[in-house]
Design a protein around this ligand. Sequence first.
Ligand code: HXC
Length: 519
Amino acid sequence: MEEIEKKLLKLQEMREEARKGGGEKRIAAQHGKGKYTARERIFRLLDEGSFEEFDMFVTHREKSFGLDEQSFLSDGVVTGHGTIHGRQVMVFSQDFTVFGGSLSEMFAKKICKIMDYAIKVGVPIIGLNDSGGARIQEGVLSLAGYADVFLRNVMASGVVPQISAILGPCAGGAVYSPAITDFSIMAKDISYMFVTGPKVVKSVTNEVVTTEQLGGPDIHASKSGVAHFIAEDEDDSFQLIRKLLTFLPQNNMEETPLVSNDDPIDRLEDDLNYVIPSDPNLPYDMRTIIELVVDQGDFLEVRRRWAPNIICAFARFNGRAVGIIANQPSHLAGVLDNLASRKAAAMIRFCDAFNIPVVTFVDVPGFMPGTRQEYEGIILNGAKLLYAYAEATVPKITIITRKAYGGAYDVMSSKHLRGDLNYAWPMAEIAVMGPAGAVEVLYGRKVKEMEPEEGKKFLKEKEKEYRDQFANPYNAARLGFIDDVIEPRNTRFRIIRGLESLAGKRDSNPPKKHGCIPL
Ligand code: HXC
């Protein structure tokens, strides 16, 4: 009996030791920076009492550079599974109190174990990152560990959702694991991501930058697009992850569970009839439209501050999760440029991989012209968007609210790219280009031969003629490219009906290893 008690006590003591991570002093230092410890984070993220830990007793194997004298149970990363809103997730949380959360051989093995498990059972993987990078004492072993994680990130891609929260440093090659995951969340004030830090930048390029300027949340939210979401603080990042998961299925073989909805499906929104300004050159906020049509006006924007001329968001229609892609006329007139094309393509491909229908709101004057756009590859980037829409086999519903000009008409989930239901509002203008540009091309030479006043008058008349003939949805509707012209206030109802009718959609692409999206 005594022997048994001793063994039970030893187990308890070892668990206690593991829970202390790098020790009281380092925990106090972590708290002093306004940060939670690895386990505190997991408990705040998951449903209460749901966490089951793996590999608590793992320690590193390397002995050099003093590692033989210092060893910590769990080896700097806490891993296991638990639930969020009752649905299982796998989670790892890097423990900065142990060797600065640096990644060792065994640390990587722990992460790989839960990733393999997640792929096997089909559940999302959530990584909470807070690390000084490769554990310097372990040399190439830790580099190998990173590559083992990257490989699994790639294998899991499109199979289970992967979400990264950056809650501290994330530097060097370590950034590539979050980069492969589907969503990255950075928390204000405590997180940064870069391939090389300010010191290396200074020595290589002589550029002087702060950590914040180089890879803080603000930069990755607005300039690089690396961060999909910015959280106010750690707790906010956990709430964001919990909310995001409600829109996602557990894996690529499932659909997002329906949630109960008490927002009437036939709610008519009279305001929608008057949202489009009578002057087609005036902007309006596409968010107003989205808010009025989705369940409870609730939607979660992805990469909100990056390429704001296009909106990507998750929302629900009658409890069914969808991805929304919407041109934003209030920013750069909703034009498609390099970043907007990449942003939307990524969202569509994610939705398609995870059986989430795509609802597209179109008001786009075309692709952005100019040397800057061309040099940055608008041809290839625009092609990415086109490719993403064309290959997507999930239900695709398109609403043209106003402009759908030129190549952008084709690209934005048109009938020709397998749009399932294509609707237009009566204010829609669907044509090769805007009236002013069109008449300039058609009659430019002729006008040059006229007196200036006469030429101006002629162009105005032709512009009106072109507008009357083409700046409407009925030419496209006559050809069946638009399934119906709908009253704006009915939009919610028509989308919900459409999604219901498409719920059993089966579509596929020719068998292939994988396509070659223009990268
Ligand atoms: C081992 C590390 C470590 C690392 C930090 N520590 N980084 N131990 N390997 N990479 C340890 C410190 O020795 C210290 O131990 C404790 O963690 C906390 O570190 P501090 O420096 O005191 O903390 P702080 O001032 O907050 O600075 C955090 C930091 C800094 C900015 C992350 O520690 C740092 O610059 N670390 C090195 C980062 C780095 O260059 N990593 C390698 C990148 S290359 P004690 O015992 O004092 O508590 C890389 C390649 C990946 O990662 C390739 C993948 C393909």
